[in-house]
Design a protein around this ligand. Structure first.
Ligand SMILES: C[S@@+](CC[C@H](N)C(=O)[O-])C[C@H]1O[C@@H](n2cnc3c(N)ncnc32)[C@H](O)[C@@H]1O
Length: 246
């Protein structure tokens, strides 16, 4: 059971397990870490006892999984419901999403907006933006979602809104830039959500390797040291940080 989920261990955990270079207590400790990180049973139990996605979101998830070569990038049903619930709690008027992909998380977040609310979402890839557009129409959300196509680093400064909620979910090496670009435009008491803050467990390594894991670790340290915000890192899926501007 544990070894079925070995792909989700950090590489030093993998090495130790494969080389059997740990004593019995360390081995059990590693298993606990691995199980805690992945929670396969907790994940499926949570899914079974959470409200399922609506039919359009189910169709979008299935379409993305069946047709997109990078389908793993979609938030997925459990996190999608969580994003919707967080948005409903905040009841935002203005949301900014960085990284539309096929539009899944945008629809989830838009469901929580108050009446008259608008979600702006930025995507680099035209193909993905086109898929998202078709699903925004299917979900009857197209009048409440403004799509921007291009590099978020260039587009964010052109948006003159005040954000109640920002969702960071584009290229990981730019997370600090996105945070610094958007924070001045987040209202006091407003929120930033950052996805993939564990970066497949690689950011948890003592010395993260690879530019994405290193960038995410640097982002996590950057946010933790920022006196302008308070934050909590949720060990949901690939790690999700809730940041509040104070
Ligand atoms: C992890 S996916 C987003 C997943 C989506 N939020 C969801 O949950 O369904 C990241 C997306 O960011 C886009 N992206 C990467 N770099 C970008 C950039 N510089 N500006 C805008 N979008 C970018 C990618 O093309 C990709 O579609």
């Amino acid at each position: 059971m544990v070894f079925l989920h070995l792909q989700a261990c950090t590489s030093s955990q993998k090495k130790k397990l494969k080389n059997n270079k740990c004593n019995g207590i360390q081995f059990i400790f590693l298993i606990i870490i691995i199980m805690d990180l992945i929670h396969p049973q907790a994940e499926s139990y949570s899914m079974q006892h959470s409200t399922p996605l609506d039919s359009v979101l189910q169709e979008l998830e299935a379409f993305t999984m069946a047709t997109h070569p990078k389908s793993h990038m979609i938030s997925g049903s459990l996190q999608g419901k969580l994003l919707e619930m967080i948005s409903r709690m905040i009841a935002p008027q203005r949301i900014l999403e960085i990284g539309t992909f096929t539009g899944f998380s945008a629809i989830c977040l838009a469901k929580g907006m108050r009446q008259g609310g608008m979600l702006h979402t930025i995507e680099l890839r035209e193909d993905d933006a086109a898929t998202a557009k078709s699903f925004f129409e299917k979900a009857r959300m197209d009048r409440h979602i403004v799509q921007h196509i291009g590099d978020a680093r260039k587009l964010i400064p052109q948006l003159t809104e005040t954000w109640d909620l920002v969702f960071l979910d584009a290229d990981k090496v730019s997370y600090i830039d996105y945070y610094e670009l958007t924070l001045p435009q987040v209202r006091t008491g407003g929120w930033i959500l950052a996805d993939n803050v564990f970066f497949h467990g690689q950011a948890l390594e003592a010395e993260p390797k690879g530019k994405n894991a290193q960038a995410i670790h640097a982002f996590n340290q950057h946010v933790a040291a920022d006196q302008k915000t308070e934050q909590v890192v949720l060990s949901v899926r690939d790690g999700l940080t809730l940041i509040r501007k104070i």
